[in-house]
Design a protein around this ligand. Structure first.
Ligand SMILES: Cc1cc2nc3c(=O)[nH]c(=O)nc-3n(C[C@H](O)[C@H](O)[C@H](O)COP(=O)(O)OP(=O)(O)OC[C@H]3O[C@@H](n4cnc5c(N)ncnc54)[C@H](O)[C@@H]3O)c2cc1C
Length: 389
């Protein structure tokens, strides 16, 4: 296959220095050799095995941006981006590392006490703990203020009651950050983030591993909390009621990483499609020789290039500490819309073979769709952007 990383022919941005490039190469090799051969089995089983997580930990792919004295590799978001891009370039998109590394671990790093960081981050880095974040409920998705899960103080514990759904890594996760109301009378200001170590949590139950149209190998699940006793020491932050502010502060990185997944899949879709149309013949000529094919791919490559430049610029801003939520919402919304368009057009250029699951473009088509929905729907992204007009 053509190299997805060089399909656009752009030079590396400043933030992707030698160490980031080396990490990308190492991650690609690991994913190609250790994960890709089993990926079909994970897709069929609709779940990864724990061994893959532990192998990823041993290879240094978990918690790349966490400090070294907490078990991480001491990198930045640039290193996380290299790993996320490698996952999509290799085509093992259901491996839930992006959420574990770049969403769950940062909550603990930014809001956890020293004791919490020492207790959880090294195990997240080794793969002994697999992370999840449980915000969404059957009755509250876009409108997170409507969360009903309740954490009621009872001495030095909380009693946690509620149901969550659509939780990425939900079957495997043993460290779950739960969004709960500690004071329902306070609305958003009564929301807190509470870490549940599920291995020891009586009353915690996993519901269905949900049957999705794509990202089959990820164990997106329901979670139930029935009077689960969680030590008050598992609250993230110094006091209750900080949950909403904490969620808002982490949004730029969460949206940016969905942009990383989008641009990387776009590059892979172009790479496999360019290969395909150079091989496939119709009417006595190669499909690439039809002017329609050339024009379509020229358009897609142009849009992908615009998208990549925008993504790279957003990473540079994020590393400098000034990526605002509205711009991060633009990168999430625009790149995921573009991803679905590019993958659809690339599938079309494969003809009937594009609809066959044995061709990678078919899986990309199924996997791409959710990108416009999770991490805040693209409609919610537009609301955020519109507030800046
Ligand atoms: C595969 C997958 C993985 C996920 N992983 C996680 C996870 O790990 N953790 C987690 O907590 N959640 C997760 N989610 C949940 C995801 O974030 C939500 O599905 C998403 O935020 C939308 O919420 P909802 O499904 O309740 O849709 P709703 O909020 O019911 O939205 C329905 C429609 O109404 C639109 N809409 C809603 N409000 C407005 C508005 N104000 N203006 C205009 N349009 C509006 C939406 O854009 C959408 O089109 C995941 C979802 C999926 C599918």
């Amino acid at each position: 296959m053509a190299d997805p990383q060089s399909v656009l022919g752009l030079s590396r941005p400043d933030w992707a220095g030698e160490d980031v490039a080396m990490l990308y190469d190492m991650a690609s090799r690991f994913l190609t050799e250790e994960i890709a051969p089993h990926y079909e089995a994970f897709e069929k089983a609709e779940i990864f095995d724990r061994a893959s997580w532990e192998k990823a930990g041993a290879a240094g792919l978990l918690c790349a941006s966490m400090p070294e004295d907490h078990g991480g590799a001491g990198g930045t978001y640039a290193h996380e981006s290299a790993i996320i891009e490698a996952i999509s370039h290799v085509g093992v998109d259901g491996f839930g590392i992006a959420l574990h590394n770049a969403i769950v671990a940062p909550y603990i790093l930014h809001y956890g006490s020293e004791e919490q960081k020492q207790r959880w981050l090294p195990k997240l880095a080794s793969g002994e703990l697999i992370g999840a974040i449980a915000m969404t409920e059957p009755g509250a998705g876009s409108d997170l203020q409507g969360v009903k899960t309740r954490a009621e103080k009872d001495g030095n514990h909380y009693r946690l009651n509620g149901s969550k759904t659509f939780i990425t890594n939900g079957q495997l996760a043993n460290l779950v950050i739960v969004v709960a109301k500690t004071d329902p009378s306070q609305g958003a200001k009564g929301t807190s983030l509470i870490v549940v170590e599920t291995d020891e949590a009586e009353g915690f139950e996993r519901g269905r591993n949900l049957d999705k149209i794509g990202l089959k190998s990820n164990d997106t699940s329901e979670l139930f909390f029935n009077d689960v006793r969680v030590p008050t020491a598992n609250l993230l932050g110094h006091e209750e009621g900080q949950g909403f502010v904490q969620l808002m502060q982490q949004l730029p990185q969460e949206r940016l990483l969905i942009g990383a997944q989008a641009i990387a899949m776009i590059e892979r879709a172009l790479a496999v499609t360019i290969d395909y149309v150079k091989e496939r013949k119709a009417f006595g000529q190669k499909v690439i020789d039809f002017q329609n094919t050339q024009f379509k791919l020229a358009e897609l490559k142009t849009e992908a290039t615009v998208g990549r430049v925008f993504y790279n610029d957003c990473v540079a801003r994020h590393l400098a500490g000034n990526l605002d939520t509205a711009t991060a919402s633009m990168v999430k919304y625009w790149l995921t819309d573009l991803q679905c368009k590019v993958v659809d057009e690339c599938l079309q250029l494969h003809g009937g073979y594009g609809y066959m699951n044995e061709y990678p473009i078919a899986r990309m088509y199924r996997d791409a769709r959710v990108q416009r929905i999770y991490g805040g729907t693209n409609e919610i992204m537009k609301l955020v952007i519109a507030r800046t007009l």
